[in-house]
Design a binder for this molecule. Sequence first.
Ligand code: HDD
Length: 725
Amino acid sequence: MAKRSSRGDSSSKSRKSAKIEDLEGDVEVGTGERLTSNQGVPINDDHNSLKAGDRGPTLLEDFLLREKITHFDHERIPERVVHARGSGAHGYFELSESLSDYSRAAFLQEPGKRTPVFVRFSTVAGSRGSSDLARDVRGFAIKFYTEEGNFDLVGNNMPVFFIQDAMKFPDLIHAVKPEPHNEIPQAASAHDTFWDFISLTPESAHMIMWVMSDRAIPRSLRMMEGFGVHTFRLVNADGKSHFVKWHLKPALGLKSVLWDEALRISGADPDFHRRDLWEAIETGNFPEWEVGIQIVPEEDERKFDFDLLDPTKIIPEELVPVTPIGKLVLDRNPDNFFAEVEQVAFHIGHVVPGIDFTNDPLLQGRLFSYTDTQLIRLGGPNFHEIPINRPIAPLHNNQRDGVMRQMINRGRTAYDPNTLADGAPRQATAAEGGFTSYPERIAAAKVRARSPSFTDHFTQAAMFFHSQSEIEQRHIVNALRFELGKCESEAVRTRMVYVLSQIDDGLANDVATGLGLKVPKKIDGPLNANVGADTDPRRLQPKKFTGTPHDSPPLSIVRSAKPGMETAKVAILVADGFEAADVQALRQAIESAGGMAKIVAPHGGTVASAEGDALPVDFSLPTVASVLFDAVCVAGGENTVAVLGADNRAVEFVEEAFKHCKAIAAVGTGVEFLNGTRVQKGIEGGDPAVVTGSEGAAKKVAKGFVEQASQHRNWDRELQTLPNG
Ligand code: HDD
């Protein structure tokens, strides 16, 4: 039965958390009800339209058919212009440190306080149905349902952005989206228009290093960082302001996949990230992040050699450490994807008292864009009434009517000031929690211009590149070779290689070699095309980076790796006649380390052990690939060599796991099977992440395997034994 909401006043006192059942609106429970029309009329036959005779024609009178088809015809709403592909979950933010010295926001005062949240993760470039594993920035948008209203932190998994001024956002997005003449390629930046724009926009250099790094192909949404990107303000009860940058660090550590793997995953399971998030929450492995902030006193605004208002810059953690302030936990999947994940409307301008903006020109432009977007996407100005968007704080104002208005406002006054309603709703004083904007002093000429303090585009790009481990640098080079290799225009490729040479000559040379190009000594015209038509082109031209780069280890996934295999998915490859003791030892070791063991066999159903016991198969080989697992084990058994050795899919399974630097274990005849594959090279070369043992040694193998799988990958394997590429 549908639950009816109390209508008329949105200040429902009973709403404590963001659970959809608690929000006003009708919730369909979905068990035992009778089928009805949208008018509540019970339906007797939902299989046949109303016809003149059982061979037709269908009658216009059939109001049930017409209602059903009409609703169906209108099921789609415009997808997001950017960040169309997403997945989301409910959870909470728990404060661990009071921020009362910095902010008056109610949800930041009492340690231990929990605030309900809804989080939506996304890719940027692809459309709704695109693959999760595109090389792309990931959106990380959090709606905090605080008692003072909703606060949205609409961030990404990278702490910088491509451009400095919102004026260029439509150009950036037009350049990265599929090319307009043929709508190719989907969810990919590897094409001419993107690199044409980027090569003319050197302010993107730092962001390009991030997007070409493994950060752009995360192993899981649960294993990536989140950043608010812009410098924001926190304002305390005395009106004192501090600059802040928001950070989220995943409890499971940062992990990524390889590009070759990403390509395979896109085919094997395009919902890889969405499924992973869903399954983790369903199995009680709640994704968790440490939330932190970098705090800069107002008086220190100009002490850095970059501008705090420039969204292409980070504050290196060595200069201002991240102060942990709490944790974000996601513990509930949505009930309905459309109602929640699709209709959630984020806006960087949704702030609460105690949180305020800076003049970052990208942030300022975003303040306009988000409401405008919701108007077109969700159809009108009442999108805040959709359950997922409703604040848990009471809502009273004189806004009225509009498309799909849900609230039935009582009374005759819809204006302020009034006497007829005793002046209600009245403004709140600051002491009562009324929002007051930070009174930043501004004395300036009105100009279309960019600050010269925004001109250094290469110092932090070089810092990022040099802070990476050897393998990560190699991945950046390979990513650039792939992306630029897909560009048809040699002029674009050459120009881009020149831009790279402004960051680092070695990087530019390596990329150029892969493209069969030479790095040009100079290019025609100015490097920075992002200047006004009448601006002196020498102004705002960035300089090549020539100094010693700052080394910031937290920028590297490998250097800041957190060992462990919690929630790692491990395939145990078996054939009929397998050694039950092997499976048991491996499974026990994997599960006690927090991993998940999955039985993979040539066929579905069950497999029989040497003793004849049946073991349920989780996945049959035709339905999976080893790219969907973090590590692979092979159990011994009388048929292991004959059956798995003769099965191309089994051979490919272990060879790919080897190629992707994953830990591999084998016991008894499992080792013989591996010796017939490319993994033999690893065994012979003493690769520590290929752990083998003879029959009966399963426990020892399992122990060694868990140690190796806890390292996530053996990157040395790629450096030493696998060809570059
Ligand atoms: Fe944006 C969506 C993050 C710059 C205009 N943006 C959107 C989402 C995220 C971000 C995570 C998806 C929210 C969701 O899940 O529904 N955007 C960013 C970050 C930026 C950024 C971190 C730079 C620091 N965005 C940016 C600019 C503009 C926009 C400069 C326009 C001037 N963004 C939009 C939008 C979207 C959006 C067109 C599309 C769907 C939506 O807003 O609700 O308004």
